[in-house]
Design a binder for this molecule. Structure first.
Ligand code: GTP
Ligand code: MG
Length: 169
């Protein structure tokens, strides 16, 4: 059976949990004190969805502002982008909207976009409401999930949903 390679990049403000989501997806682990990413890091992971096998080529970008100009190198030619915000940090949701706009203007035409509201385990600290993010995602035709890299909530489910939404080759 053919293996479909899927280039995906993760974008979003520093500290929202992009690297933690990738760690959870690829190694099924979580580190409470992860170092901030420098430039970008690369990992791959194979998974089977609906009897088809996909090999994710994952570019985990650095969220710090000084690396912002590098992002086009990672979303160029990508089949999918995961834009992450932190449900306990309203400003990270604003940064997410900027990334969506940038992808709509400069990203690949058929890119599948997934919005991940991460750290949903921190219910008491929530600043971004589920329904508000869902309404925004529907308006932008993006997949939407709330995730917890810490508790493994919806992480693999999100990558599976992306596979299902990829256009036919
Ligand atoms: P940059 O590399 O700087 O862009 O940050 P990042 O988006 O990769 O964030 P990172 O994964 O390094 O996570 C930042 C901090 O948030 C770390 O201390 C993580 O342990 C914590 N964190 C990440 N995901 C979760 C989560 O789902 N729940 C909780 N409670 N903490 C999380
Ligand atoms: Mg990181």
């Amino acid at each position: 059976m053919a293996l479909r390679e899927v280039k995906v990049c993760l974008l979003g403000e520093s500290g929202v949990g992009k690297s933690s989501i990738v760690q959870r997806f690829v190694h099924d682990t979580f580190k409470p004190a992860l170092e901030s990413t420098i430039g970008a890091s690369f990992m791959s992971k194979t998974l089977t969805v609906d009897e088809k096998t996909y090999k994710y080529q994952i570019w985990d970008t650095a969220g710090q502002e000084k690396y912002r100009a590098l992002a086009p190198m990672y979303y160029r030619g990508a089949a999918a982008a995961v834009i992450v915000y932190d449900v306990t940090n309203e400003s990270s949701f604003g940064v997410l909207k900027d990334w969506i706009k940038e992808l709509q203007r400069h990203g690949p035409q058929e890119i599948v976009i997934a919005i991940a509201g991460n750290k949903c385990d921190l219910a008491d600290l929530r600043e971004v409401q589920y329904k508000d993010a869902l309404a925004y995602a529907e308006q932008t035709n993006a997949i939407f999930v709330e995730t917890s890299a810490k508790n493994a909530t919806n992480v693999s489910e999100m990558f599976e949903a992306i596979c299902r939404k990829l256009p036919d080759e």
